[in-house]
Design a protein around this ligand. Structure first.
Ligand SMILES: [Mg+2]
Length: 438
């Protein structure tokens, strides 16, 4: 039964709802709606001028209505009189095809028609910086290998505890948090769930982490490589596929004890799809200019980037793009903190679904240290070296782009090409230093 948001407000003491949607650049846009007005908004949606956001719409387009999905409603733990609810953008009675949450819902429906229900967990790494973003917030956090530094994590206990407490309140099942591999970097892990629920939580997590950091006079960033020479912000995704959604799932379709690494035929084909489409997926999993300073990066101060350079897979070995750490699931280590939470899940499911439909072969797995011996795998495709290469790979991959939808693909490519153009038009100090005396 659909949850009644007016009743939700009365029960929980909510005075305002934030009806929120995510645009193509991952921006979260919201209207504040008083609880007294939520019943109409639940039926019809909140009105937005789509052109004012990154959706490739014009000022002449009619009103875009963001229709809340009441199943996603959560009270802000740090401001309980406000509730956030994810919404699906609609225009003249039709889903806006390029809106990321709609893209994901469509791909999930396509997978469900094949009896496949993808469950995922994300590891969204972030840095805590000074408010102005100029440096990490903790001047004592200087270790060469700062990963799991217990002294440093306790110096930010007020922040990480508050975020973890909120996740406990929200019922997400958080189970660990740590200092990560860069100075100033942290990670929190919570239970995996259906891909749409994970995407909503991932979006809300970013909003929550930034909000809590601001409350403490700090700034949280998910930027892929915020500090030169240090490990970047990854967003690893753990993937399994089940026979039903939510609590109705009883069987992990990826699991087969009789197969190599406990990965079933369907699991291997899904992985084959990820391998086949990886270089094109990078446009979505690694969607900014800065993303390409995390993958293909030189060794960091800690000794490793922990990011892949090539399209390879392995068992329990973190130097490859895909790791199979245990039976019935795998970890995609490609995406970074800039990935749009909805498009990340959509691209992954679309690639995997195509893999299953075409019985794709993931190829040989490699058990070497890719950072030291990567040159020995001569036939592995390299990941794109920059955003433009990734956009070209995406455009050339008609199987993936058609699964994600023509409206989405054309809008995404147009806006991202504009972004690339803005970047290359920018005059940098490096150019002067290297060309002034030519
Ligand atoms: Mg990590």
């Amino acid at each position: 039964m659909t949850q009644d948001l007016a009743a939700f407000a009365a029960e929980h003491g909510v005075k305002y709802f934030m009806i929120s949607f995510t645009d193509l650049f991952g921006g979260q846009r919201a209207k504040m709606v008083p609880a007294q007005a939520i019943a109409d908004m639940q039926a019809d949606g909140a009105g937005f001028a789509g052109f004012a956001t990154w959706l490739d719409l014009t000022p002449a387009h009619p009103d875009m209505l963001a229709v809340p999905d009441p199943a996603s409603a959560v009270q802000l733990p740090w401001q309980p009189d406000v509730a956030w609810v994810a919404a699906n953008p609609v225009m003249e009675g039709k889903d806006v095809g390029q809106a990321p949450r709609n893209v994901l819902r469509r791909v999930i429906d396509a997978a469900a028609q094949d009896g496949l229900h993808v469950k995922t967990g994300v590891e969204a790494e972030y840095f805590l910086l000074l408010r102005d973003g100029s440096a990490i917030s903790d001047p004592f956090d200087t270790a060469e290998k700062p990963c799991y530094d217990q002294q440093a994590v306790m110096r930010r206990y007020d922040v990480v505890r508050e975020i973890c407490d909120y996740m406990l309140d929200l019922g997400w099942g958080p189970y660990q948090t740590d200092h990560e591999d860069a100075n100033g970097q942290f990670e929190m892990n919570w239970d995996y769930a259906d891909a749409l629920a994970t995407a909503d939580r991932h979006s809300f997590f970013k909003f929550m982490v930034k909000s809590v950091a601001e409350k403490h006079g700090l700034r949280a960033t998910f930027m892929p490589k915020p500090i030169e020479g240090l490990t970047g912000n990854g967003c690893h995704v753990h993937v399994s596929v089940w026979d039903g959604p939510g609590d109705s799932a009883t069987t992990n379709i990826f699991a087969d004890d009789g197969m190599d690494l406990g990965l079933s035929h369907k699991g291997r084909h899904f992985l084959g799809g990820i391998m086949k489409h990886a270089t094109a997926m990078a446009a979505i999993t690694n969607p900014t200019v800065n993303s390409y300073k995390r993958i293909n990066a030189p060794r960091t101060q800690s000794g490793a980037t922990w990011a892949p350079n090539t399209v390879t897979w392995t068992s329990n070995n973190r130097t490859h793009m895909v790791r199979v750490p245990g039976p019935g699931r795998f970890e995609l280590r490609l995406a970074d903190g800039a990935a749009n939470p909805y498009l990340l899940q959509a691209a992954l499911i679309a690639a995997g679904l195509d893999g299953i439909r075409t019985r794709a072969d993931p190829g040989e797995r490699h058990e070497i240290d890719m950072y030291a011996e990567g040159h020995k795998v001569a036939d592995a495709p390299r990941l794109p070296l920059n955003l433009l290469d990734a956009l070209r790979e995406y455009e050339a991959d008609s199987d993936l782009s058609s699964m994600l939808g023509a409206e989405f693909s054309s809008a995404f490519l147009k806006l991202k090409r504009d972004e690339w153009q803005a970047f290359v038009s920018h005059f940098s100090t490096w150019e002067k230093e290297n060309a002034l005396d030519i």
